[in-house]
Write a protein that binds this ligand. Structure first.
Ligand SMILES: Nc1nc2c(ncn2[C@@H]2O[C@H](COP(=O)(O)OP(=O)(O)OP(=O)(O)O)[C@@H](O)[C@H]2O)c(=O)[nH]1
Ligand SMILES: [Mg+2]
Length: 637
């Protein structure tokens, strides 16, 4: 039998209005299973109950929440990922305090579907029932439940239950599967142990899938675990399905490490942080919020304490919204687009909520224009969000797949958007055989400028050098760019002839090392020594001794003469004057043209030098590909 799509319906409403009783008469199962709940007639923990409707193509699952004012935290966790709400209002009492608070929370969580069950209809007469209906209709005016059915029911007599069931199945039909990023994510709402099975976590699968044998990571604690088995509605399954209530049996993990509020996800797919940026909207009747207010931040099934920093307003007034940065007191995880709820620290009341825009931001100063501009992009269409992920990562190029993970979007979708951003010139591709990376074009321009500036600065500080060694350049740019971005920018600068590649570094066109007059004079003396020595030049140490120069000064001058090509280094110990070398080369080449091949002894005779020089010259000619070695002889190449 194919797996049925789950429709997750949360109850909501004031304490004792009959939520659990209604779930029980609808399903035959009491959602209150704890002895303490039964004894007190009060829901304390979330209840998860499946409703079997024969012939129905979907599977309804209720999440029954507590209505008590002290347990709103639990209600938020239960309501965080529902598809629709069954708002329960007792006909005798009508709209009460937590009716409104739950309703506000559902609105802030972005729940869009539901119905209202007007319970305990058996306790009121007809006119009170009509009055209650009227009151409720007013209550939901201009809200997401504006045109939702209001159904009088009684858990005691069964009145209205059929109508309620059919309204629930209608709503279920309107629920679509969420867009799937393909990356497994399940916010944990329940942890328990099953005798003989060990530790089990449960929740609603928001995206991707998990199979037995898969590795998962528990965030924000970064605990790696292995899935031993998957269960849906107490039945063993091959894999978890998106949107389904799912239990994962984990291997070798201590239950004490797990709790509601953690998130099980594909390893490495989330980044625990102490800061999150979002748009916060206050309820119209809430108190205002100021920067540094300490609040309870509910994201997914978790609650963390955080201080709020208002980024684009001085003070946030009731009914208004602002871009904010939350500074968390303990790490949390989220993806862009996740909803959150804000409750005051003490006394605890719900004041607002909104959407996470950037779950891993830098620290921002208030009114920072770049930060605000970036967050506005994250609020925009997908193309703007993809662009912003790359912009935010400035110093590091990203692959489209990495960007997809950061956004919680399907890789294929992000790849297409990236293609459009390249066409419009906002992103630049870094060519690579596999795993093509991209960089915002602004970042590329800035990095080019930085590269040229680093080179100029280096050459100014080292006037005797005519180029900057690669390693020095890279270490200068390290803080601003990753290796592929540097490669891209350097290649482009070379192609534009703004950089000139030399042996082991880069030069600026037209730039020559500058010598002090005294160095100039020394350089001429060094050159003269080599010129005069002809085919049998002295060793470096002999020249140093002869000139009575500090070794470093000599090396510097030698470096310039070599760079300028006035001297030629044949091997680590042997240097020729350019003129002597050219003369030796043409003598040997002439000989070869005539005789086709030459031995070391032959070269010795031609140049009248010792074996050491003959050997070095022939090897160097091989190296610069004038000649080629063939056994004991060298021939022209
Ligand atoms: N007469 C009558 N009593 C009801 C009806 N529904 C619930 N009750 C009674 O109302 C009381 C509270 O019902 P619950 O179902 O526990 O209420 P709840 O909304 O789940 O309460 P919390 O979970 O604690 O918020 C119980 O004593 C129920 O027997 C109904 O339709 N008619
Ligand atoms: Mg209850």
């Amino acid at each position: 039998m194919p797996e049925k799509q789950h429709v997750i319906i949360g109850t909501a409403g004031h304490v004792d209005h009959g939520k659990s009783s209604l779930v029980k008469v609808l399903t035959g199962t009491d959602p209150d299973s704890l002895p303490e709940e039964k004894a007190r007639g009060l829901t304390i923990e979330l209840g998860f109950v499946f409703m079997d409707v024969p012939e129905y193509e979907k599977q309804i699952v209720f999440i029954d929440v507590p209505g008590h004012e002290k347990l709103v935290k639990t209600m938020v966790a239960g309501a965080s990922h529902i598809n629709a709400v069954m708002m329960v209002i007792a006909a005798d009492e009508g709209v009460a305090v937590q009716t409104k608070e739950h309703f506000d929370i559902l609105t802030l969580l972005g729940i869009r579907r539901g119905l209202i069950a007007l319970t305990k209809s058996d306790l009121v007469d007809r006119s009170r029932l009509e009055e209650a209906e009227c009151e409720v209709r007013n209550f939901v005016r201009e809200t997401f439940l504006e045109s939702a059915p209001i159904i009088p029911v009684s858990a005691a007599t069964g009145e209205g239950l059929d109508k309620l069931k059919s309204a629930l199945t209608d709503i279920g039909r309107q629920v679509d599967l969420p867009e799937d990023s393909g990356i497994f994510r399940l916010p944990i709402d329940r942890v328990f142990t099953v005798h003989g099975f060990g530790t089990v976590i449960a929740g609603t699968v928001l995206s991707g899938e998990a199979r037995a044998g898969d590795g998962i990571e528990i965030f924000p604690d970064r605990i790696i675990a292995k899935v031993r088995g998957v269960q849906v509605h107490k039945e063993k399954r091959e894999r978890s399905g998106i949107g389904s209530r799912t239990a994962l049996n984990l291997q070798d993990i201590d239950k004490d490490l797990l709790r509601r509020g953690q998130c099980a996800a594909a390893p490495g797919s989330l980044s625990p942080t102490l800061r999150m940026d979002g748009r916060l909207r206050l309820l119209p009747d809430a108190k205002g919020v100021k920067t540094r207010d300490r609040l309870r931040l509910h994201i997914g099934t978790d609650e963390v304490i955080a201080r709020v920093v208002l980024l684009d307003v001085e003070k946030l007034l009731p009914g208004e919204s602002a871009l904010v940065q939350f500074v968390l007191e303990s790490p949390g995880v989220a993806l862009p687009g996740d909803r959150f709820i804000i409750r005051t620290f003490s006394p605890v009341t719900t004041v607002g909520g909104g959407e996470i825009l950037d779950p891993t931001p830098e620290r921002h100063k208030r009114f920072d224009a770049t930060a605000i501009e970036g967050l506005r992009r994250f609020e925009g269409p997908l193309e703007a969000r993809v662009e912003q992920v790359f912009r935010k990562s400035q110093k590091r190029s990203l692959t489209p797949d990495e960007a997809a993970i950061l956004l919680g979007k399907r890789a294929q979708v992000v790849r297409e958007v990236v293609g459009r951003l390249v066409e419009s010139g906002k992103l630049v591709r870094i060519p690579a055989e596999k795993d093509e990376r991209l960089l915002p074009s602004d970042a590329q321009t800035a990095l080019k400028e930085k590269t040229l500036a680093a080179l100029k600065k280096y050459l100014l500080a080292n006037p005797h050098r005519s180029f900057m060694p690669v390693a020095d350049l890279k270490s200068q740019l390290e803080r601003d760019a990753d290796e592929p971005s540097m490669r891209l920018v350097i290649d482009e600068l070379v192609a534009q002839k703004a950089l000139v590649p030399v042996d082991s570094g880069f030069a600026l066109p037209g730039h020559e090392a500058r010598l002090q007059p005294i160095e100039q004079e020394l350089a001429e003396r060094v050159e003269a020594i080599y010129r005069k020595a002809g085919f049998e030049p002295p060793l470096e140490e002999d020249v140093v001794r002869q000139m009575r120069l500090p070794l470093n000064d000599f090396r510097k001058i030698l470096g310039i003469l070599l760079k300028e090509g006035r001297l030629v280094r044949l091997d680590p110990r042997l240097i020729y004057h350019r003129e002597s070398f050219e003369r030796a080369k043409s003598l040997l080449v002439d000989f070869l043209r005539l005789r086709r091949e030459i031995t070391i002894a032959g070269a010795k005779d031609v140049l009248r030098v010792s074996r050491k020089f003959a050997c070095a010259l022939l090897e160097y000619l091989d190296k610069i590909q004038v000649t080629r070695r063939k056994g004991d002889v060298h021939v022209l190449k």
